[in-house]
Design a protein around this ligand. Structure first.
Ligand code: GLY
Length: 360
């Protein structure tokens, strides 16, 4: 399946196909970029897929430097960005060259940031290897490193020239990481498309069994939905906030638990449960809309309850949300499946109540 992201001169294609990683060389050639490239990856991912990607690039005539970065969020520092710039310079990359990110969201973020800033921006290709990166982080051009006081605070919008999503890669992920990515998939269905949500409800079993055809259709559908949002609001003036559904409370839960207790998708799942209940509490959504979300998340093996959450620190972390405007934090609410509404000035008492309800 191909999904074209239409952004004028910054348009690009997302290819969702089994074996896509092995086609990167000829596809990059078609974009008429220069012959030099750098492949950024962490050690574990490089061992699994580095050879395939390198072979494809080299047989298409590219000279490729490899840059290893640490695994996970530890890659998103100024020191690692500096390391990437040094390596790009040492390998002689110029403004026609390409940086390729092979890995999960963190690798994509730091490699994209290096590509966005080196010589004021060079070509960038995303080769995402986690479900989360395939359906969310690799699409839309958000790149960033972390500031010691806040995640993703230092960054740039820099769209990739190409995204290659190989759903077969998702079959090799550890169970917890695979399920974590499904939270973003559920999110897309809940706020963007009722038919897609119903497809997820129907396909829970083959999806969890990671049947290749189902993975390709579901991951491809999620890429299509995310692309449709990015096309309409590339730089997140407002509409793109919809992708933050479940994240306002989810990010806060992650922050107050030191990014150790929950995987990102687990925190998003709990955030969705809380924000769905918030919509009901505010009279925006009915019982069945809330129940369908919880049922799907639970069926996907994601948490819908969490014991021992201390409410006040979570409320404090929400107040520091990066998306706040003049101190007003936007909440995305789902009035029904496949629809959303942005609401500012949600009473703190209601937010407190739904966070507390996660314990039951
Ligand atoms: N992950 C949210 C966004 O791309 O806007």
């Amino acid at each position: 399946m191909n999904v074209d992201v239409s952004l004028g001169t910054r348009s690009y294609r997302i290819v969702v196909a089994s074996g896509a990683l092995a086609t990167v060389g000829p596809r990059l050639r078609e974009l008429s970029v220069g012959a030099r490239a750098a492949l950024v990856s962490d050690g574990a991912v490089a061992r699994l897929y580095g050879k395939t990607v390198m072979a494809s690039l080299e047989s298409a005539g590219f000279t490729v430097a490899t840059i290893e970065v640490p695994e996970g969020e530890g890659a998103k520092t100024l020191a690692i960005a500096q390391h990437c710039w040094n390596e790009l310079l040492a390998a002689g990359l110029d403004r026609t060259s390409t940086v390729l990110a092979l890995g999960g969201g963190a690798v994509g973020d730091v490699a994209g940031f290096a590509a966005a800033t080196y010589m004021r921006g060079i070509n960038f290709v995303q080769l995402p290897t986690t479900v989360l990166a395939q359906v969310d982080a690799s699409i839309g051009g958000k790149t960033a490193i972390d500031h010691p006081l806040a995640k993703n605070l230092i960054g740039a919008f820099h769209q990739p020239r190409l995204v290659l999503v190989d759903p077969a890669v998702a079959r090799t992920l550890p169970e917890r990481e695979f399920r974590s990515g499904l939270a973003e998939i559920a999110k897309h269905g809940i706020v963007l498309e009722a038919e897609y949500f119903a497809e997820l409800e129907r396909d829970v079993e083959p999806l969890l069994a990671r049947e290749l055809g189902v993975l390709e259709r579901i991951i491809g559908g999620s890429c299509r939905l995310k692309a449709s949002v990015v096309e309409r609001d590339e730089r997140e003036a407002e509409l793109r906030h919809v992708l933050n559904y479940g994240h306002t409370i989810g990010h806060a839960l992650e922050a107050v638990t030191g990014y150790a207790r929950f995987a990102h998708g687990e925190a998003v799942s709990l955030g969705i449960v809380a924000e769905a209940r918030l919509a009901r509490r505010l009279g925006v959504a009915g019982d069945e809309t809330v129940a369908r979300q919880e049922r799907l998340l639970e069926a996907l093996g994601l948490p819908v309850r969490a014991a021992a959450i201390d409410v006040e620190p979570v409320v404090g972390a929400i107040a520091r949300d990066k998306k706040s405007k003049d101190g007003r934090v936007p909440f995305v609410l789902a009035p029904k499946i496949g629809a959303f509404r942005l609401v500012y000035d949600v009473p703190a008492a209601d937010v407190r109540a739904v966070i507390a309800s996660l314990g039951s």
